[in-house]
Design a protein around this ligand. Structure first.
Ligand code: HH2
Length: 276
């Protein structure tokens, strides 16, 4: 437990083995909640509500990374999330993570009180590694290939589990070599990032392989389109996301990144009670 990067009090945890990361996309174009939280006041209120509902960390992002998304400048990304990170740091006691691949944006967010960098490019930018080393913050190393605009074409693997695992293990070592303490790192196979539906399913079924890297595994399957394909539905919904979160936890995820925090927290509470 004490090796985990999150600095929260054990007494406040609802179900110690699993952490819930609540998603707060402050973007006009995010996958499932684009445009809902572009007003900073509404965004902060939603972050507070997620913390009250049991989120252990709030993940604030200002750039959509859905397949085909257009990149935004660092200035625009920071303009979107600045009032939200500042507001949340004042109003919630759980840590704030910043979902960004830009060192400039991460720097600003850490300056105003965020304590975790959630980098969908897996700390491949040496400036991001230096920043995390210097600030002694937590970091999520996620697997992706290429960038959101082009990643669909790169969803080609001989052995998706082995290739993603090798990338994550390598990036953990690169991070440690850059001076980041190992116990500040979490790994994430990057569900939906340069992955076809069958790759996502294979990864989830073989999640325990990622645990052998020796770091907690984070899974973000919430509201992703492969769930629609599995359920035969036209829209992403909470039920499919909760099923995926529970499946991930049963297969070794320590942290789940979710949009539907109250529902997921309640479902996990029952799962944890059944497990113990
Ligand atoms: N998924 C998304 C964004 N950030 N970070 C981690 N560590 N893991 C993920 O799976 C992950 C992530 C994409 O999902 P979402 O935030 O719903 O959409 P968008 O990128 O369009 O804002």
């Amino acid at each position: 437990m004490d090796e985990l990067v999150w600095r929260f009090r054990l007494a406040e945890l609802r179900f110690p083995p699993t952490r819930v990361m609540g998603v707060l996309n402050v973007t006009p174009d995010s996958f499932s909640d684009g445009g809902r939280f572009t007003d900073p006041e509404i965004a902060v209120d939603h972050g507070v509500a997620m913390a009250e509902a049991g989120a252990d960390v709030i993940d604030v992002g200002g750039e959509s990374t859905r397949p085909g998304a257009e990149p935004v400048s660092a200035a625009e990304e920071w303009r979107r999330i600045d009032p939200v990170v500042r507001g949340l740091v004042r109003k919630v006691r759980v840590p704030i993570s910043v979902d960004t691949r830009k060192p400039e944006v991460a720097t600003h967010a850490l300056d105003v009180g965020a304590s975790i960098v959630n980098d969908v490019t897996g700390l491949t930018d040496p400036r991001m590694r230096s920043l995390v080393a210097e600030r002694k913050c937590g970091a999520v190393i996620m697997h992706m290939k290429g960038e959101p605009r082009t990643m669909r074409d790169l969803a080609v693997y001989d052995d998706v589990v082995a290739e993603v695992r090798a990338f994550l293990a390598r990036q953990v070592e690169n991070a440690v070599a850059a001076g980041i303490e190992r116990d500040r790192l979490v790994v994430d196979p990057g569900i939906g990032f340069a992955k076809r539906p069958e790759h996502n399913v294979t990864i989830l079924r073989n999640l325990s392989e990622f645990g052998t890297i020796g770091r907690p595994v984070l899974v973000g399957a919430s509201r992703k389109s492969f769930l629609r394909a599995l359920a035969g539905d036209a829209v992403a919904h909470a039920e499919g996301s909760i099923a995926a979160a529970l499946f991930a936890v049963l297969h070794g995820a320590s942290i789940v990144r979710v949009h539907d925090v109250p529902q997921t927290v309640r479902a996990l509470r029952v799962l944890e009670a059944l497990r113990t």
